[in-house]
Write a protein that binds this ligand. Structure first.
Ligand SMILES: NC(=O)C1=CN([C@@H]2O[C@H](COP(=O)(O)OP(=O)(O)OC[C@H]3O[C@@H](n4cnc5c(N)ncnc54)[C@H](OP(=O)(O)O)[C@@H]3O)[C@@H](O)[C@H]2O)C=CC1
Ligand SMILES: O=C(O)[C@@H]1CCC=N1
Length: 278
């Protein structure tokens, strides 16, 4: 972290699930809590954030944006337009603005922020809150390599940070942004199947979670394609191949493709609904 970065004042505007995840990551990266301000609409939420993280809190988005060197927009897509317009006149030249919202383009924000404002889109996921997430970042027109490096530094302790082209943001949101929900769905199904077969409920959940963790770790550590690793589990004439046949019969692979396609399409719909006038 450079001296300038250490001194940067960061404002998280709208500190819900993802705003708090960003906040946690920034503090784990070593930021001084006194250099971080979080906004919340409800006083009890502000108190909770102050108590948990030791940061300053306020309900005043404009005041927080005015003093910040980095502004992180953490609200839902439907609230982004109003929030961006609310803070626009308070954003100082050179302030880096980030969003974690799905769907909306850099151009949408750039139109509402002062001309030349460096802007970066970030698509994180919930495992970022425990340091094993992945965030995909894409720069707007005025964001430089230095801005992207600052974002990488800010998010370093939330997990992997990768740079992607903005055109891929919706697909990435469908894969890694929503992905934890699909994996939780699979874990729930595996646990339920184990329970049905008589394994104690807690043990079934533990077996399922450790199996998913182990399989994902194997992909990362061996660098092998999941299809190859899947084959290595599937002995000819054995038990696994009998199970996989049922997944194919149930159309599970196609259902995953459909799920991601639907999630990506929904990002497109949100963009069309909210960006009608850009
Ligand atoms: N959840 C996820 O897995 C992911 C979410 N995202 C994106 O993150 C963004 C936030 O989602 P998420 O964290 O799940 O949603 P949350 O509802 O948890 O967080 C949004 C927060 O913004 C607050 N808020 C709304 N308007 C204002 C305002 N004007 N001033 C101050 N605070 C405000 C809400 O307050 P209140 O509590 O009072 O309603 C709430 O705490 C979305 O744009 C989403 O697309 C991206 C990747 C993954
Ligand atoms: O469901 C959503 O809209 C958000 C975006 C990606 C994950 N959650």
């Amino acid at each position: 972290m450079t001296q300038t970065q250490e001194q940067a004042l960061i404002a998280v505007l709208g500190t819900g699930v993802m705003g708090e995840t960003a906040l946690t990551g920034i503090l784990s990266a070593g930021w001084d809590p006194e250099r971080v301000v979080a906004t919340a609409r409800r006083p009890e939420r502000a108190d909770e954030l102050a108590r948990t993280h030791g940061v300053r809190t306020t309900h005043d988005n404009v005041a927080a944006a005015a003093e910040a060197d980095v502004v992180i927009l953490g609200v839902k897509p439907k609230d982004i337009g109003a929030l961006t317009e609310e803070i626009s006149s308070a954003v100082r030249p050179g302030t880096l603005v980030l969003t974690v919202a799905v769907g909306l383009s850099c151009a949408f924000y750039e139109k509402r922020l002062p001309e030349g404002t460096p802007f970066v889109r970030v698509m994180p996921n919930t495992p970022s809150s425990i340091g094993v997430g992945v965030s995909a970042i894409s720069p707007g027109v005025a964001a430089t390599d230095e801005h992207l490096e600052l974002v990488e530094t800010l998010l370093a302790s939330t997990g992997l940070v990768i740079r992607i082209a903005e055109k891929d943001q919706a697909a990435v949101a469908a894969l890694s942004g929503s992905g934890p929900a699909y994996v939780f769905y699979v874990l729930d199904a595996l646990s339920e199947a184990g329970t049905l077969m008589g394994i104690p409920r807690a043990t079934a959940a533990q077996l399922a979670a450790q199996t998913v963790l182990g399989a994902a770790t194997m992909v990362q550590e061996t660098g092998e394609h999941p299809a190859i690793l899947r084959e290595k589990v599937s002995s000819p004439g054995g038990t696994t191949i009998a199970g996989l046949r049922e997944l194919d019969r149930g159309g599970v692979r196609a259902a995953f493709v459909d799920a991601l396609t639907a999630a990506k399409a929904r990002a497109g719909e949100l963009s069309a609904e909210l960006e009608a006038d850009v």
